[in-house]
Design a protein around this ligand. Structure first.
Ligand code: CUA
Length: 329
C-alpha cells in the first residue's frame, strides 16, 4: 500500500516536469516560492498520512486487551491526546509561517518595471504595451511577450465577467474583476514559452481562454517590440493583396484593427501582426493558413458562443483572406 502511494506521488510530481502549464515547472521568482510551499505541504501531509495509516495498522494488529479504567491508563491517554494536540498545533503553525514567507516573495523583485495592460473578455486576452511615456504603443492578443529578468507589472482588467489570470510556471493566479484594476507582478528567470490560462469559470469557452507567455532576452524582446509597434507590412503576393481587399470590403474591418490600413474595429483582437503569433482563438488552434481559413469559415463550430460571426465568403475569398492574415508577420 505504501510503496504504491509513493509511486503515485512520484508520478504525479514527474508529470509536472514537462508540462508547460504546471506550478511544479517553476521558471519565475514567485512561482519558485509557491513551488517550495507546495512541495513542503505535500511532504508534511504525506508524513502525516503515513503516520496515521501506520498507527492505524499497528492498532489493528495489536493484541486486544480489555479496556481498563484505572487512573494510570487515564493519565496515559490524556498525555497522548495533549501530545497529539501539541504536535498538530506545531505543524499548523509551521505551515502558516511557511505560507507567510512564500507570500512575501510574491511581489517579484525590485527596480524599474515593464508595464503591460491586460484586458480579459469572453474569451480572449488583449495585451496593451505602453511606450516610454506610458501611452499605448500597440495592442496584441493571446500572446504575451516579456523580457527575462525584469520586473513585469501586469495591470489586469475584465471587460464583461470575472476572469482570472494564471501562468502557473511564473506566478500565482489573480482574479480580474469588472470595474477594478488588479496588479500582478512577476519575473521570468529563464527564456521560454509558458502557458497561461483563465482560472475562473467565465462561460461556455472558459477552457479555451488560454494564452502563451514568451519570455525572451532583452535584445529579442526589443526586436519583437519594435516589429509589433510597426504598422502591418504591405501584402507581397497577388493572393494576399486580394485578401486585403476582401478583408476591407467585408465586415471584418469593422471588428478588427490592422494598423496601417483602414481596418479600425475594436470588438475583436488586433490582427496587425497576427501572422507572428503561434496560435489563434486564444490557444485554440496552431496558427497556420489552414487553421485561419477553418476559423473564418466556421468560428461557431470551433468555439461555440464566441463573438466572431460567420462572414459568408466564397472559397477563393477564404483562401485569399487567410493568405493575407497569415502573411501579417
Ligand atoms: Cu475567462 Cu474563464
Amino acid at each position: 500500500m505504501i510503496p504504491r502511494a509513493s509511486l503515485f506521488l512520484l508520478l504525479l510530481l514527474l508529470t509536472g516536469c514537462t508540462n508547460p502549464q504546471s506550478a511544479l515547472n517553476a521558471e519565475g521568482s514567485s512561482a519558485l516560492a509557491l513551488k517550495d510551499l507546495i512541495l513542503l505541504i505535500v511532504l508534511v501531509c504525506t508524513l502525516i498520512w503515513l503516520a496515521v495509516v501506520g498507527f492505524l495498522l499497528w492498532s489493528l494488529t495489536r493484541r486486544r486487551e480489555a479496556a481498563r479504567q484505572d487512573p494510570q491508563t487515564e493519565r496515559r491517554m490524556r498525555r497522548s491526546v495533549y501530545t497529539a494536540l501539541a504536535i498538530t498545533a506545531l505543524i499548523v503553525a509551521g505551515l502558516t509561517l511557511a505560507s507567510f514567507n512564500a507570500t512575501r516573495h510574491l511581489d517579484a523583485g525590485e527596480g524599474p518595471e515593464v508595464v503591460i495592460r491586460v484586458k480579459a473578455q469572453q474569451w480572449w486576452w488583449q495585451f496593451t504595451y505602453p511606450n516610454a511615456d506610458g501611452e499605448p504603443a500597440f495592442q496584441s492578443a493571446n500572446e504575451l511577450h516579456i523580457p527575462v529578468g525584469r520586473r513585469i507589472r501586469l495591470e489586469l482588467e475584465a471587460l464583461d465577467v470575472v476572469h482570472s489570470l494564471w501562468i502557473p510556471s511564473l506566478a500565482g493566479k489573480l482574479d480580474m474583476i469588472p470595474g477594478r484594476k488588479n496588479i500582478l507582478t512577476l519575473q521570468a528567470l529563464r527564456p521560454g514559452t509558458y502557458r497561461g490560462q483563465c482560472a475562473e469559470f467565465c462561460g461556455l469557452q472558459h477552457s479555451h481562454m488560454a494564452f502563451a507567455v514568451v519570455a525572451e532576452t532583452a535584445a529579442d524582446y526589443q526586436r519583437w517590440w519594435l516589429a509589433q509597434a510597426a504598422p502591418a507590412s504591405l501584402p507581397q503576393t497577388e493572393e494576399a493583396r486580394a485578401g486585403q481587399a476582401v478583408f476591407m470590403a467585408k465586415p471584418c474591418a469593422a471588428c478588427h484593427t490592422i494598423r496601417g490600413t483602414e481596418a479600425r474595429g475594436s470588438t475583436g483582437p488586433d490582427l496587425t501582426h497576427v501572422g507572428s503569433r503561434a496560435t489563434i482563438g486564444a490557444g485554440l488552434l496552431e496558427r497556420t493558413r489552414g487553421s485561419l481559413a477553418a476559423w473564418i469559415a466556421d468560428p461557431q463550430t470551433l468555439k461555440p458562443g464566441n463573438n466572431m460571426p460567420l462572414v459568408p465568403l466564397s472559397s477563393d475569398e477564404l483562401r485569399q483572406v487567410s493568405a493575407y492574415l497569415d502573411a501579417l508577420k
